[in-house]
Design a protein around this ligand. Structure first.
Ligand code: TYD
Length: 168
């Protein structure tokens, strides 16, 4: 059963929420053949893949995606980098997946990213940091709607042998 992001499973039930987040392998991650590595880390953790596509990101999507950064000096270079090749956009579902995925990708600035994180293991510069993950539940909701049609998300049944849901 799919539980909408941020919605408690049942009134009076355990106080966990099921979330979804947007993760995207950026053009440098695709060029460096790191798509499988990124997917593997999320699968290994127990999160559930419910949407995935490869695309050359249209400029209007990138502009909306990075709207908060429009006045930053690095914005033009960011858009040009994100347009430089295809990205692989994914939606992952699971318990606290928004916060967990931020921890898994690591600090924005690769120099500060801890070893063991995706950025800390594979990147040395903030402007080529391999992967994106939404930074809040609200941001995730907005970004998933921006990058995916509802019909592109698959609500497949989880057999219960994984930990994408909190046991309880
Ligand atoms: P931001 O949303 O601050 O970070 P994050 O991706 O960790 O959520 O920034 C978006 C992207 O912009 C970031 O992944 C890489 C790029 N960027 C730069 O190129 N230079 C910078 O100084 C910053 C802060 C970000």
């Amino acid at each position: 059963m799919f539980i909408a992001p941020g919605v408690p499973r049942a009134a009076g039930g355990p106080t966990w929420t099921q979330e979804r987040t947007l993760v995207a392998v950026k053009p440098d991650g695709v060029q460096r053949r790191l798509v499988g590595t990124v997917i593997q880390r999320f699968e290994r953790r127990g999160f559930k893949l419910v949407g995935m596509k490869m695309l050359q990101a249209p400029e209007n999507i990138l502009a909306e995606h990075y709207q908060d950064l429009q006045r930053k000096p690095f914005y033009p270079a960011l858009i040009s980098y994100m347009s430089s090749g295809p990205v692989v956009a994914m939606v992952w579902e699971g318990y606290n997946v928004v916060r967990a995925s931020r921890a898994m990708i690591g600090h924005t600035d690769s120099t500060e990213a801890a070893p063991g994180t995706i950025r800390g293991d594979f990147s040395i510069h903030i402007s080529r940091n391999i992967v994106h993950a939404s930074d809040s539940v609200e941001g995730a909701r907005r970004e998933i709607q921006l990058w995916f049609q509802n019909s592109e998300l698959v609500n497949w049944a989880d057999g219960g042998h994984h930990n994408s849901s909190y046991p309880g």
